[in-house]
Design a binder for this molecule. Structure first.
Ligand code: PLP
Length: 427
């Protein structure tokens, strides 16, 4: 199929996520034909730095030989099987590998296939746990303003209300929002203390250290320390959503470990397969699991997705986790953070329209004060002309980079960013 046919059929028949078709009347979507390393390539061979790791997934860039090889080998033996009452080597091996790097209390793994489902699983497990304990009253979830946990109804019900989900508000179950620790740490901690005393709290859900979709908002570990002391005192569950930051983006296997927090549930997805295949895991404690052991009709966790623990996806994840264990990529994130700080300070000072420029780990962000959607879309298009993917979040531009990005590549990326901003500032 040639490029014009592809675009014509796409425009007439496909419906893209988080995409407004009217913005693509005049321009065409980017047609990506291949990916390699940290770049996507179009049909003309032009390279675009995948600075957002294709929605925060490709931890080590694209087409990693060892991961592709593991997938190929797995295809030769077992492609797929249901996972109810059946097990297989790739899933067991993955959990065994993960047990060496996750917090020790999280020793039970429940598989699903995307971030939102990993969150749904945690929500449902927590609720059913309290019900089976005879504490039906514990049914309220607490979440952070600007939090984001996915697009399913349950995940949206525990996410901050935003442009993304406000149309569906009528379907949300009743949860409690507290201020973001990234915007006002004191107010957030004080609201958390107030709410923690309530007898009806089932679980508090957080994105640790960084609120991603809410605008790449970093916050300090004190909030999680406080959450831990309240968890111990009042006994509610804590769910940490490591779907975006897990596996090293902030320089640790799991971001919440920068604090004393000992969560009851941890959700993982995205980078777990290096973004190659869909897979998610909800980890929980043996204590939670044991509550579900008993008569079939009363204690079974009736939840499962068709592609639960798909062996090919598990084999990709096994390769990814092995690479992380054998290399010092995660330790190297500190150095990348320093380089990003230097480049950001040195090259982006001239742009008065950029504010709240921040970075941590491999993540960089800046706000464009007063920018409209049209401005942000214009900047996105200019970015593409400069070979860099600057998909905005509201009025925030950001980079969510792979953890094996090199200093040379960072220089090149900041040159391209600089070039794009210069053109943008002149229109
Ligand atoms: C922190 C967090 N949780 C959950 C999700 C939802 O994951 P998915 O898009 O795979 O459903 C995302 C996606 O961006 C996320 O960043």
């Amino acid at each position: 199929m040639d490029k014009s046919d592809l675009i014509r059929i796409d425009k007439n028949h496909l419906w893209h996520p988080y995409t407004q078709a009217s913005e693509y009347r005049e321009i065409d979507p980017l047609v990506v034909v291949r990916a390699h390393g940290h770049c996507l390539y179009d049909a003309d061979g032009k390279a675009y730095y995948d600075t957002i790791s294709s929605w925060w997934c490709n931890l080590l860039g694209h087409n990693v030989d060892r991961i592709n090889g593991a997938i190929g080998r797995q295809l030769d033996s077992l492609d797929h099987t249901l996972f109810a009452g059946i097990t297989h080597q790739p899933a067991v091996e993955l959990v065994s590998q993960l047990l060496e790097v996750v917090p020790e209390q999280l020793s039970r793994a429940f598989f699903s296939d995307n971030g939102s489902t990993a969150v749904e699983v945690a929500i449902k497990m927590s609720l059913q746990y309290w019900m089976m304990k005879g504490l039906e009253g514990r049914k309220r979830f607490v979440f952070l303003e600007y939090g984001y946990h996915g697009d399913t109804i349950g995940a949206m019900s525990v996410s901050g209300v935003s442009q993304f989900n406000s149309a569906f508000r009528g379907l949300f179950f009743d949860s409690i929002s507290i201020p973001s620790p990234a915007l006002d740490l004191e107010a957030s901690i004080s609201a958390l203390r107030d709410v923690a005393r309530r007898r009806d709290i089932c679980a508090v859900i957080i994105e640790p250290s960084l609120q991603g979709a809410g605008g790449m908002l970093f916050y300090r570990p004190e909030f999680m320390d406080e959450l831990e002391s309240l968890r111990q005192r009042y006994g509610f569950h804590v769910i940490v959503d490591e779907i975006a930051v897990g596996f090293g983006r902030l320089g640790r296997w799991f971001a919440h470990t920068e604090s004393s927090l000992r969560p009851d549930f941890m959700c993982m997805s995205k980078s777990i397969t290096n973004g190659v295949l869909p897979l998610a895991i909800t980890l929980t404690t043996e204590e939670v699991f044991q509550e579900f052991v008993g008569p079939y009709s009363e204690r079974t966790f009736f939840h499962g997705h068709t592609f639960t623990a798909n062996p090919i996806a598990c084999s990709a994840a096994n390769a990814l986790v092995s690479i992380l264990k054998e290399t010092d990529y995660i330790e190297g994130v500190k150095g990348i953070e320093e380089t990003i700080s230097e480049l950001s300070n040195a090259r982006l000072q001239d742009y008065g329209f950029l504010s709240n420029i921040r970075n941590r780990g491999v993540i960089w962000r800046a706000e464009l004060e007063g920018a409209t959607r049209e401005d942000m879309f214009a900047l996105y298009k200019i970015g593409l002309e400069h070979g860099i993917l600057l998909r905005p979040l509201g009025n925030v531009i950001y980079m969510f980079l792979p953890i094996n990005i090199t200093g040379e590549e960072l220089e090149d990326i900041f040159d391209k960013l600089n070039g794009a901003l210069r053109v943008f500032s002149n229109i």
